[in-house]
Design a protein around this ligand. Sequence first.
Ligand SMILES: C[S@@+](CC[C@H](N)C(=O)[O-])C[C@H]1O[C@@H](n2cnc3c(N)ncnc32)[C@H](O)[C@@H]1O
Length: 217
Amino acid sequence: MAEPSFLTAVRESYDTVAADYVERVPPPAETDPLSRAMPAAFAELVRTADRGPVADLGCGPGRVTAHLAGLGVSAFGVDLSPKMIEPARHAHPDLRFTQGSMTALETRNDELGGILAWYSTHHTPPRWLPAVFAEFHRTLAPGGHLLWGDHVGDERLRPTHGYGRPVSYESYLLPLDRTAGLLEQAGLVITAQLQQEPGGRANRPHACLLARKPPTP
Ligand SMILES: C[S@@+](CC[C@H](N)C(=O)[O-])C[C@H]1O[C@@H](n2cnc3c(N)ncnc32)[C@H](O)[C@@H]1O
């Protein structure tokens, strides 16, 4: 099947901006306290549940993957853009980074103890989100946790430039309750929600969700 055009646009755009992204986006240690607290809480939940490794989906240069590894989590990264993965592999040679898409993961059913989707789903057109969240549900082990974070709003953006370079991707900002509803429709149970005003790395309102695949009785 031919690749959906939005994936081609995202890959080509992030291949173009990769070096600038690393320079311009602050690493986890330099973000706001709440944006650091959520991955820390997620790491503790995943360690305690002990259901398997964490996949950082849309890992980009792997800094949040490495941050989780530093919190004692077995983590690996997946990204659509080979040029985003290059700096990840260079900076973190001890961690595994593979090219792939969260629309169709090369991961077995119930394999993951956790999924991190950190500022990586907003380029996915809303009609594709049910397929992405079905992949989250399929690959999470029963009792596994999801941490999702991203910009929120109610807008479709068509920027001509990103990180100082020409880009062809689009961004789809959704209200937090819509994302939560789609995750619930995929079979995940929302356990926490946090919405923040602009600040830290985000120049727009942004939010985090924690969700869980129900444990088998
Ligand atoms: C804004 S960056 C965030 C990178 C990283 N999560 C971080 O916080 O630094 C978005 C990343 O998501 C990746 N991405 C977007 N859609 C994807 C998909 N369908 N599958 C895998 N990666 C994707 C992009 O290639 C890009 O590297």
